[in-house]
Design a protein around this ligand. Sequence first.
Ligand SMILES: [Zn+2]
Length: 198
Amino acid sequence: MTAPPLILTLDMHGVPHRWVTWQHACFYYAKNQVAWAIGDANFTFRGGMNRCTGERSWITTNSIIAIKGKALASKSLFQVPPLDNRELFHRDRHICAYCGNEFSTQRLTRDHVVPVSQGGDDIWMNVVTACRSCNQHKSGRTPEQAEMQLLYAPYVPNKAEYLILCNRQILHDQMDFLARHVPQHSRTKRRKVSSETR
Ligand SMILES: [Zn+2]
């Protein structure tokens, strides 16, 4: 059995905010903090039994909901998402930036284009996905020093892209919505919705 999907929350302007569990979404509904909903899917969950009436309560949440003003912390679409190997490898589609081959997560590493030992930072703009052997070969050198060609450029994923990267079970309507907020240069843009998401 697969876990219930996460619910995509937006701010009042329709800017993607974060994933929440359906329980959390129901909490927003119960507190009357859902401004509007635009997803294609609705999920109904059983609540507790009412002691007086003996009836069970039900609550329905949409797959994409906008949360009223103060319920959301003011985090913008352009906030830099935290750097994490899992999301980094997804950003780079599991392709080594040096040999161009695709690898499984276990065989990939985070390569600092300008090595930390040479003053390079541990930030999205200075890291790419590299297979173990390419990383070993490059060692503490820049691509120029190692005479290795960088096959693609690093970039900072925006919020919408980050939301795509960090959820493996995105529903179709949620993916469509987020994809519209992803910049053209993004490699995520070309990622297909996998069959496991349906
Ligand atoms: Zn490689």
